[in-house]
Every structure is written in structure tokens, then in C-alpha cells.
Design a protein around this ligand. Structure first.
Ligand code: ADP
Ligand code: MG
Length: 612
């Protein structure tokens, strides 16, 4: 009896701070969100020593009067929701009424604020949760919050902080998130007296991306084309196929303006990219989802980093479709570059220097090509019946005829669909890179990667059209799995069989395999099966049947594709390029590495100092 006590208010706040204020970056997050909710147009952030010694956030938002300023420091005091019903559809970034008192309870805290039309502002100083001073102050309209000596009264917490550099970088990342999420708002960050960035207000998302990450990245992004799902509006930018990063710092996702972390969404993005993304790499994405606030529960995580969707599958599918569609649109843009006629050199050098000697030198390479006509061949017109040579083993597996042709009807359809391709092959570098010219300038093609992409799409088409060709094992293999996996296999037997894996139950937790897809070269069927099961399980329940098939194809194709230094005869190179341009995703191999690199004439002019 008598052992239970109500905690004093300051202790309760410190407990709450444990969840909300993890590190200096969380202080920045909460304060900037408050500024955004207050309708600020400009938000300036100053940090010192990784934010541990100082975080100051200054805004030109609506400000507070004296009573509200005092109240804002009470726990569960908020202007943003009033009832439990409001919690169903939160339209602001904040709503918990916990940030200010939490931060103030673990720091030396100073708040100054003034409403635009008020004669005087208010200044409040709090130390470790205790209000020391509340008086009139004469600040500019808006609010300024200063947080010094974070965790000075919680040494255990302080010990968990990382180096000043790391904490600074966390803060920078946090501000990047906010700045990308709100391009209409101006942001600046000063770190230890150095201005790290100053972003003007009222810009478009693409301007903001350029200001933060540079024009070069922006060039490699594609604007997202909305798949027009009635419930989720998706917009933003995403990397072209082949663009990826080793870390996920440029994979930003916003739900109703709130930056969130969500394995559901990142999984969906990855699935949308599928073979356009290297394994273990992360896409570059600035993805914005707008949906009815009632369809999202933001009250899941104390730091509001996660959300729950009422219809997670719907959201997921909308994103997958949207990314796929965007990449496909980007392909059209890429193919456009091969549609215009290749410009004759004279037209290109319209901006040439008036110097006559220089001009004659410019035309010299032309002479050289005339002497080597077999090296430089102009290729125009639609795809003909020629295809890249298909390796024997693949041909047999797919039961193609000896020329590697698909059935006649299919071939016609593809020819009809094929766009006019215009390019000139210049030669092959180092037996690997095909050099060519299109209307845009120079194109380099990785012949090996190109062949992988072509074979991959050919195989996939076959799988979709006729199912997977299979091969009987000489000796059927049995293998044991743990009960949970056995259960899983039982439930997915029919899927596995459709994929060309002849598998059946062979006693409790034991299975027998007697056929495998014939294009696979598997020495240990049991081990292969275990890998397949792992792959499929990690892909989740909703993964389509084709998915794993594609994965397997991608792997096997790589083995059968042209070796990097296989010399190809000229007509083969030409066919290779044509077939590549005909692919659904021509610009990257099935593993997400690029197949083609375009170097535009404009870039060349810049490099040669002809244009600044
Ligand atoms: P919440 O944001 O969840 O409401 P906070 O503790 O972060 O809780 O803030 C409490 C209240 O203080 C807010 O609801 C808001 O009314 C007010 N407030 C906080 N920061 C600002 C600011 N920068 N400008 C104007 N009002 C603010
Ligand atoms: Mg808040």
C-alpha cells in the first residue's frame, strides 16, 4: 500500500522526452514542424556543436500571445486538435502537445514570440522544465525557440549521443526532408557560424531539388506520372532506371506533407523498379502521397515518423503501378533521342569559330570515316527481322528455331510496334563498349549489359506466353525443411509448379523435386529450392508469380549472355542495338546496371569550353 505515486510534472515530461526527443535532430524536427504549422514563410535554423550546445529555430509564423506562450509549455496543450474525433483526420504536422514541454524539460530553453499586430512580444526562459522568467520582449513578429545544453540534466541520455559531426549530419538530413517536403517555404541552416544552405521561398519542387542536390541529379530524375488512383494522389520525382545509391538518404517519402519511414512504401518503390534497380542499392525518390487524412492514422509513433494506412494494399499497388508507369514514360523520352535524324557535322558546328584552319580540322575525322566505311554505318528505319544472336543453350531451352526467331506473328507485331530508330555506329571500344551517335550526341553501350537485357525480356515474354519450359531431373531429389517452411511450400505448391518447379509432398516436412525450369543450370536442386523459398518468402504474399520467375531468369541470363570481350561482327552489333532499343526497359540490364550512357552535344561543348 502507498507505493504508487503520481509523477511530478517535470519528471513526466522527461519521460515523454525520452520518446520524442531522441537527439538534437528530433529537436529540430519538432521545432520546424511547429513553425510550419504556424504558417511560417521562412524558417532559419542555427546549430552549434552538433545541436548539443545550441539549436535555434526562428520563424515568421503567426506567433503567440502571452497566455498561449505559457500554455504551450504545458503537457498535452495544443491548438491543433480539440477532441478525439479530430484525431481521426489530423491535418497539421503536430497534434500531441508534447514537444515543447518535453524539450524544455531536458534543456535550457528560451522562447520568444510575438503576434504580428501585438505591441509587445513575450519572452519565456525555462531551465530543466522549470519556468524561470516570463516577461515582455520586443522581437520581430514570429517565434524563436532556443535550446541550449540538450540533456544537461540527463547524463545517461547525453552519453548516447554520437559525435558532433554525426549529430550535425542528422540535423542536416532532417532539414533536407522538411525543405523537400515544403518547397514553398524558405529554409536556411547555419552550422557553427557557417551557412550550409540558404534556400529561397516559393520555388517548385524541381527547383528545390536542384538547389539542394545539384542540377546533375535533377537531370537524372523523371517526373512521376500519376497512375490516377482515385484514393491516392502520387507526385514528385524518381530516378531513371540505373540511378541508385548505396544508402537510403535520398529515398524520401512524404504522406500528406509529412516525411515518414515506411517499409511498406519503400518495398513498393523497390517492386516498382524491379529489375531497374541493382540489388542492395536504394533508389533516389522524392515521392509525395496525398490522401484523405481520415485514411491515414498518424497517431502511431511518438515522433510521428510512421503512419498506418487504412488500405495498405491499395496504397502499395498505387505506388508500384505509378513507378512502373513513370519508368516506362521515361523510356519513351529516351527513345525519342533515337528518332530524330543524326545531325550532319556541318549543322552541329553552326556555332563554330570563324577561324578557317580550325574548320578544316573539324572536318578531318569525316575524311577518316570515308576511308573506313565499314566502321561507320548509318542506321535508320524500323526494326527488321534480324535479332541479336541467341546463345545455343537458351535457344534450345526456349525451343526457338535455329535463327533464334520468335513465331512469325509475334515478330510482326513487334516490328509494327517498333519505333523508327536512327543512330550511327562509330565503332567498338575495348571489345566491350559500342560507340554511337544519335541526334542528342554520343552514346556508349555496354554490349554485355545490353545483351543481358535483350535476352531477359525475350525469356520473360516466353514465360508469359507459353509457361516455363521444364526439364526432368535425372534423379528426383528429396529434401527436408523446417515445419514452418513445409507449411509454406504446401500452401504455394501450385505457384511453384507454374514456375516450372515440379515439387510434391513426400512425407511430413519432406518434399520431392523432379523437374526444374530448363534454362536453369542447377547442380543441387535442394539447395536451389531453399534459396527460392527464402526469396519468395521475403517477397511477401502479394508478390506475383512472375516475380520470382523474372528473378531466376535474370540470374541465368547473365550466365548465358555475351561475355564482355566477345568480339561481335558489325551486323551483330547493329542488331544488338536495335533489339536493345526495342526493349521495355532498354537503359539498364536486369540487375539495374546501366546499358547505355548518353553524352549530349551540350555536355561535350561544355567540356571543351565552347559553352559555359
Ligand atoms: P503540438 O505541435 O503537438 O501542438 P507542441 O508542444 O509542439 O505541440 O506545441 C504546443 C503549441 O504551441 C502548438 O499547438 C502551437 O499552438 C504552439 N506553438 C508551438 N510552436 C509555435 C510556433 N513556432 N509558432 C506559433 N505557435 C507555436
Ligand atoms: Mg509540435
Amino acid at each position: 500500500m502507498g507505493r504508487i505515486r503520481l509523477l511530478p510534472e517535470t519528471v513526466a515530461s522527461q519521460v515523454a522526452a525520452g520518446e520524442v526527443v531522441e537527439r538534437p535532430a528530433s529537436v529540430v524536427k519538432e521545432l520546424v514542424e511547429n513553425s510550419l504549422d504556424a504558417g511560417a514563410r521562412n524558417i532559419n535554423v542555427v546549430i552549434r556543436r552538433g545541436g548539443i550546445s545550441l539549436v535555434r529555430v526562428i520563424d515568421d509564423g503567426c506567433g503567440m500571445d502571452r497566455d498561449d506562450a505559457l500554455l504551450s509549455l504545458e503537457r498535452h496543450a495544443t491548438s491543433k486538435i480539440r477532441s478525439a474525433a479530430d484525431l481521426q483526420a489530423v491535418a497539421t504536422l503536430g497534434f500531441r502537445g508534447e514537444a515543447l514541454p518535453s524539450i524544455a524539460s531536458v534543456s535550457r530553453f528560451r522562447l520568444t514570440t510575438r503576434e504580428a499586430r501585438a505591441i509587445a512580444g513575450t519572452e519565456i526562459i525555462v531551465n530543466g522544465g522549470k519556468i524561470d522568467v516570463a516577461r515582455d520582449g520586443g522581437e520581430a513578429p514570429g517565434t524563436q525557440v532556443e535550446v541550449r545544453s540538450l540533456f544537461y540534466n540527463l547524463p545517461a541520455r547525453r552519453k548516447f549521443l554520437r559525435s558532433e559531426n554525426t549529430e550535425s549530419r542528422n540535423i542536416e538530413h532532417q532539414l533536407h526532408l522538411q525543405a523537400i517536403g515544403h518547397p514553398q517555404i524558405g529554409f536556411s541552416l547555419i552550422r557553427d557560424d557557417r551557412m550550409l544552405f540558404q534556400l529561397p521561398a516559393a520555388v517548385t519542387l524541381s527547383d528545390r531539388i536542384r538547389d539542394l542536390y545539384g542540377a546533375e541529379l535533377l537531370q537524372r530524375l523523371v517526373e512521376i506520372s500519376d497512375a490516377a488512383s482515385p484514393k491516392v494522389r502520387i507526385s514528385g520525382f524518381t530516378g531513371q532506371a540505373g540511378l541508385s545509391r548505396q544508402a537510403r538518404t535520398q529515398q524520401l517519402v512524404f504522406v500528406n506533407g509529412r516525411a515518414i519511414e515506411s517499409s511498406l512504401l519503400t518495398g513498393a518503390i523497390r517492386e516498382g523498379y524491379h529489375t531497374a534497380l541493382m540489388k542492395g542499392q536504394y533508389p533516389v525518390t522524392f515521392l509525395f502521397l496525398e490522401l484523405d487524412p481520415a485514411a491515414v492514422d498518424v497517431n502511431v509513433h511518438p515522433a510521428k515518423r510512421e503512419v498506418r494506412f487504412r488500405d495498405p494494399n491499395g496504397v502499395r499497388e498505387a505506388i508500384v503501378r505509378c513507378i512502373q508507369q513513370t519508368l516506362e514514360t521515361a523510356r519513351a523520352g529516351w527513345q525519342q533521342k533515337f528518332r530524330a535524324p543524326v545531325q550532319p557535322p556541318a549543322a552541329v558546328s553552326g556555332r563554330r569559330a570563324p577561324d578557317l584552319t580550325l574548320r578544316s580540322e573539324v572536318s578531318a575525322p569525316e575524311e577518316a570515316h570515308r576511308e573506313l566505311p565499314h566502321l561507320r554505318v548509318a542506321v535508320a528505319g524500323g526494326a527488321d527481322s534480324g535479332r541479336a544472336p541467341v546463345p545455343e543453350i537458351v535457344r534450345q531451352a526456349l525451343r526457338l528455331d535455329s535463327a533464334g526467331e520468335a513465331p512469325a506473328l509475334k515478330q510482326q507485331q513487334r516490328a509494327a510496334k517498333a519505333p523508327q530508330q536512327q543512330f550511327e555506329i562509330i565503332g567498338v571500344l575495348s571489345r566491350l563498349y559500342v560507340l554511337m551517335e544519335n541526334a542528342d550526341g554520343l552514346v556508349l553501350v555496354d554490349q554485355h549489359a545490353a545483351h543481358e537485357r535483350i535476352l531477359f525480356e525475350e525469356l520473360r515474354r516466353r514465360m508469359e506466353e507459353q509457361g516455363v519450359p521444364t526439364q526432368k531431373l535425372l534423379l528426383p531429389q528429396t529434401f527436408d525443411v523446417p515445419p514452418r517452411d513445409a507449411d509454406w511450400i504446401e500452401r504455394n505448391l501450385s505457384i511453384l509448379q507454374r514456375m516450372g518447379i515440379g515439387i510434391e509432398s513426400f512425407g511430413p516436412d519432406t518434399f520431392k523435386i523432379d523437374t526444374l525450369p530448363s534454362f536453369l543450370d542447377v547442380s543441387d536442386a535442394a539447395q536451389f529450392m531453399r534459396k527460392v523459398i527464402d526469396d519468395l518468402k521475403s517477397a511477401g504474399n502479394s508478390a506475383s508469380t512472375m516475380r520470382l520467375g523474372e528473378e531466376m531468369i535474370a540470374k541465368s541470363v547473365c550466365r548465358h549472355a555475351v561475355k564482355a570481350n566477345d568480339p561481335l561482327r558489325f551486323p551483330e552489333v547493329e542488331k544488338l542495338i536495335r533489339d536493345l532499343l526495342d526493349c521495355d526497359l532498354p537503359y539498364c540490364c536486369p540487375h539495374g546496371r546501366p546499358t547505355m550512357i548518353q553524352i549530349s552535344l551540350a555536355e561535350l561543348e561544355k567540356k571543351f569550353g565552347r559553352k559555359v
